[in-house]
Structures are given as structure tokens and as C-alpha cells.
Design a protein around this ligand. Structure first.
Ligand SMILES: Cc1cc2nc3c(=O)[nH]c(=O)nc-3n(C[C@H](O)[C@H](O)[C@H](O)COP(=O)(O)OP(=O)(O)OC[C@H]3O[C@@H](n4cnc5c(N)ncnc54)[C@H](O)[C@@H]3O)c2cc1C
Length: 481
């Protein structure tokens, strides 16, 4: 029986950076659904936040704690901000190129709720794509594409590997350590910015395994998304656009955000999301736009090439045209509870990193661009922890049991779930609507459904239950009393 030293579920920034921090001599296998670029990391636009120097660490901690609205774990935030610099420098030392000015100095930009310019970017607004390509090029371990994890093989508090669906067949893959780096939950929502592979499978499996999932009600919505398009993944208009001068305006061209918060366009994203949502509700039929009137064409094209060309493909000529926007689900602060070494509680050899993890580093609201940094910092910690501890249990073979992944009728239920999550478990919640959502999710769970829909439903149910438990609004969770 082949047993890997480490099995990594997910080929985003967290999974790949864990892999490049595990020596070539170790038997490591990375698994991902679809193609390697089908992940949120690939679509990240704005950049990676990092303390500019030693003196900035305290301020980065402070900004992160403020955004987290009292729900952060201070120790985890200290780890993120103090180890962030070396994690980013390790990328640079391996040869990664962030954008620089004409004198060769790193260019730092500003995003909402950061007290200073500390966001590094690459390829203008293609940071995620550049980082992903670089990590793929530097990864010394094999990667199995088009592989969906459908079960975790576990006994007592040991994990033995996973069961996967690959090229029309199921198989067990065994390992001494398992790292979950499977990202967030975007596809649970009707409108979202996430890659299509991000559908909460591992959150559901973790629940089935008895892991604790924490802060599940903390779902972040991005305020500036172009949603009038066919694809499930909607086109994000990065936070840094507002950071660098884009305005949110109504049909008359008026900047109405100051009516909601004195920071206007630079308010944290949940405030901007709610303001736009509220404005649209109060002015039924009115369109809200992102306006780029402050940008000079050549600068815009050079600084935001991805947005420029993506929007061109959708019929917009930027920066002259303004783009209709709506908030959409974007990022998940909740996740599988783990410690600051990424270990999942009560398990000997189970780790979770990246957006799937909950170290409470983001608390109730993530500070912009802290998530790529989280992926870098905690993947290094997980790799170190794995290399420093010895396995004490012996491996066993698990039954080769096939799963029914899809059943007739799943698609309609999946779409209904996405509508429920958007309308009743979205930007503005109420206990009444949450209860309606819970009832319907329970009904769906009791039907004859396939495994993948079941995992979506289990995760959704946990989000709704957590939202119901929290009476007062906090951070990204906003509840009408
Ligand atoms: C449009 C967009 C822009 C963003 N911009 C920024 C930004 O500028 N700065 C920032 O810090 N953050 C940004 N974020 C957030 C950030 O990109 C993500 O939080 C981060 O990339 C998550 O990395 P990850 O490695 O945890 O997961 P991902 O990169 O999402 O990778 C998840 C991996 O898990 C795999 N997977 C999932 N389920 C299974 C399964 N069942 N079986 C096998 N494999 C599975 C997927 O195939 C994928 O390979 C942005 C997010 C989006 C969507």
C-alpha cells in the first residue's frame, strides 16, 4: 500500500506554498479539482498586505484587529503580521517579482481600512495569477488534477487519507499527514466572485468527521462586483480601485457613500456593501456605478490591466465608461477551527490552512489583502509542524466504497440553495428569514440527494445556525433586530 508523507487538498496559495516548504525527498501529493488555476488565488487582484518594515508590524496588527471587530485571536494576528514579512521575503528570495518603481523600489499601495500603504502587487492587478504561476513553477511535488476529494478516511483521532473521484473512478489515497487547503465557500451563494471549484466540500466533510467549524456566520461581501453576466463567477472590481481614486456614484453621478460613513469610498468593505445594498433598496430601479473619472487612460491600463481587458471583453471602455456594480459574496472568515500551527483540534495529523481555516486571524471581518498573506504564513507553519513531529499510529486499509455524487434533481436544489443563501443569509439578515432558510435546508437534507449537494447543505446549515446564534450585528454579520 502506497502511503504519502503528506497529502495536500488544494492547489491555491496555501496548498502550493505548503508544498514548496516540504523537501523534495518527502513523498508529497497535491490534489485539486479541475485545473490548477481554478482556484481563488488565481483571481486575486489587489495584492498581498505586509508590514513594510519592523516599525509597521504594530500598526498592521492594530488595523487587522480593528477590522476583525473584537473577534480576532490576538496571538494569531501577531503571528500573521510579524511572520508576514519573512513569508513574503521568502517568495522574493526565490525569485518572485512584485511591481517596483523606476528606481527598483517595491511599490506599496493602500486598500480600505489600512492605515498606511502596505499592499504589494504583481503584474499590476494580477497578483494572484502571478503568485500562482510562480508557486506552480517552484513546486517540486506531483499534482493530481481533476480530482475531487469526496471523503476523509479517519479512525478515532487519526486521519489515514482521503477517498477521491478521478477520471470516472473512485480510489483511496493514503497519507501520514493531511493538509486541507481547499479554500472557501463561494458557490453556496447566487452572486459570488469565487472560482467554480470553491463549493464547501471540505467544510462539509470536516463536519461529518466531527471537526469544529467556527465563526461560520462571518461571510464577507465585496461591494464592487459586475454581476450582470452569465458565468457563476462574477467579475470583481478590486478594492484598490477605490483605494486609488475610483468613486461609487448613483445615476446622477453623486457620491452617496458619505451619507453612510465619513470615510466614503475608503470605508471597510462590509460598510460599503451594506450602503450600496441599502441605497439600491431605497431607490428601487436605480443603478449604482463605479466611476473611474479620476484615472488617466494609460496609467489605468498599466496599473489595472486585468480589469481593463476583462471589462473590455464585456463591452466597457475604461476608464471612460462607468460600470454598474452590486455587492456579491467574496470571502469566508469562518472555517475549520485550528491552532496557530494549523493543527485541527483533537486530531493527530490533520491540518487546515488558507481560506478553509479558522485561526481567528480575521475575526469578524477580514482586512483587505490579508488572506493571501494568511495563506503564505500558515502554510509555512503547517509544513514546519509536520516536519517536526513523528507519527505514532499504524496505517490500515479502508473499504473501497463508491459514493453517489449526484442524483437527479440535485441541480435544481443546488440553485434553490444559492438563492436562499443570497436572499436570506446574505448582506442583511433577520432571524425570521434565517429560520425559513434553516427549515428549507433541513427539508433538502432529508431528500434523496447526492453526496456533493449534501456537503453544500451541511455547510450552509452550519452558517445559518451560527447566524441564528448571534443576536447582535458584528463585523461582516449584520442582523436586523
Ligand atoms: C476575485 C478575488 C479576488 C481576491 N483578491 C484578493 C487580494 O487581492 N488579496 C488577498 O489577500 N486576497 C484576495 N482574495 C482572497 C484570496 O484570493 C483567497 O482567500 C485565497 O486565494 C485562498 O487561497 P487558498 O489556497 O486557501 O484557496 P484557493 O486558492 O481557493 O484554492 C482552493 C483549492 O482547493 C481545491 N479544492 C476545493 N475543493 C476540493 C475538493 N473537494 N477536492 C479536491 N480539491 C478541492 C481547489 O481545486 C483549489 O485548488 C480574492 C478572492 C477572489 C475570489
Amino acid at each position: 500500500m502506497q502511503i504519502y508523507d503528506v497529502l495536500i487538498i488544494g492547489a491555491g496559495i496555501a496548498g502550493l506554498n505548503a508544498a514548496i516548504n516540504l523537501p523534495k525527498e518527502k513523498k508529497v501529493l497535491i490534489l485539486c479539482k479541475e485545473n490548477s488555476w481554478d482556484c481563488n488565488t488565481f483571481y486575486a487582484q489587489g495584492g498581498i498586505s505586509v508590514a513594510v518594515d519592523e516599525n509597521d508590524i504594530e500598526a498592521h496588527i492594530e488595523d487587522t484587529l480593528n477590522a476583525g471587530a473584537g473577534l480576532c485571536d490576538k496571538k494569531a494576528v501577531e503571528v500573521l503580521c510579524s511572520e508576514g514579512r519573512s513569508a513574503v521575503d521568502s517568495l522574493i528570495n526565490r525569485g518572485f517579482k512584485f511591481d517596483k518603481d523606476e528606481n527598483g523600489h517595491l511599490l506599496y499601495t493602500k486598500e480600505a481600512a489600512h492605515s498606511t500603504n502596505r499592499i504589494l502587487h504583481a503584474g499590476g492587478d494580477a497578483t494572484g495569477r502571478e503568485v500562482h504561476l510562480f508557486l506552480m513553477q517552484n513546486n517540486p511535488h506531483p499534482l493530481m488534477y481533476k480530482t475531487t476529494v469526496v471523503n476523509i478516511l479517519k479512525e478515532d483521532n487519526n486521519v489515514h487519507g482521503v477517498r477521491v473521484y478521478h477520471q470516472g473512478k473512485f480510489k483511496n489515497i493514503y497519507s501520514k499527514n493531511l493538509i486541507i487547503a481547499s479554500g472557501g465557500i463561494g458557490s453556496l451563494y447566487e452572486y459570488h466572485t469565487n472560482a467554480r471549484t470553491i463549493s464547501a466540500d471540505l467544510q462539509g466533510l470536516a463536519l461529518e468527521c466531527g471537526c469544529e467549524l467556527r465563526d461560520m456566520e462571518m461571510t464577507q461581501f465585496h461591494p464592487t462586483v459586475f454581476v450582470s453576466m452569465e458565468k457563476a463567477r462574477k467579475q470583481l472590481l478590486s478594492e484598490s480601485l477605490r483605494g486609488e481614486g475610483a468613486y461609487v456614484v448613483n445615476e446622477k453621478g453623486e457620491r452617496f457613500l458619505f451619507d453612510y460613513d465619513k470615510r466614503g469610498e475608503l470605508s471597510p468593505r462590509d460598510i460599503v456593501s451594506r450602503a450600496i445594498f441599502d441605497y439600491k433598496q431605497k431607490h428601487k430601479g436605480d443603478i449604482v456605478y463605479l466611476s473611474f473619472e479620476n484615472f488617466e487612460k494609460e496609467f489605468f491600463k498599466h496599473r489595472f490591466p486585468t480589469i481593463y481587458y476583462n471589462l473590455k471583453g464585456l463591452g466597457f471602455n475604461l476608464p471612460e465608461d462607468r460600470v454598474p456594480i452590486s455587492p456579491a459574496f467574496h470571502y469566508f472568515m469562518g472555517g475549520i477551527k485550528c491552532d496557530i500551527n494549523a493543527r485541527v483540534e483533537n486530531f493527530e495529523n490533520l491540518y487546515v490552512i488558507g481560506e478553509a481555516a479558522n485561526t481567528r486571524v480575521h475575526g469578524a471581518n477580514r482586512l483587505a489583502s490579508n488572506s493571501l498573506l494568511e495563506g503564505l504564513v500558515f502554510s509555512i507553519r503547517a509544513a514546519k509542524d509536520i516536519l517536526s513531529h513523528k507519527q505514532t499510529f499504524s496505517h490500515k486499509k479502508f473499504e473501497e466504497k463508491d459514493e453517489i455524487l449526484f442524483k437527479n434533481g440535485d441541480k435544481a436544489l443546488k440553485n434553490e440553495l444559492r438563492e436562499i443563501m443570497w436572499e436570506k443569509v446574505g448582506i442583511i439578515r433577520s432571524k425570521k428569514e434565517l429560520k425559513v432558510a434553516l427549515k428549507r435546508v433541513d427539508e433538502m437534507l432529508s431528500q434523496d440527494i447526492g453526496k456533493l449537494l449534501k456537503l453544500r447543505l451541511l455547510t450552509s446549515k452550519e452558517i445559518i445556525k451560527s447566524a441564528l446564534r448571534r443576536d447582535k450585528s458584528l463585523g461582516a454579520h449584520y442582523i436586523k433586530e
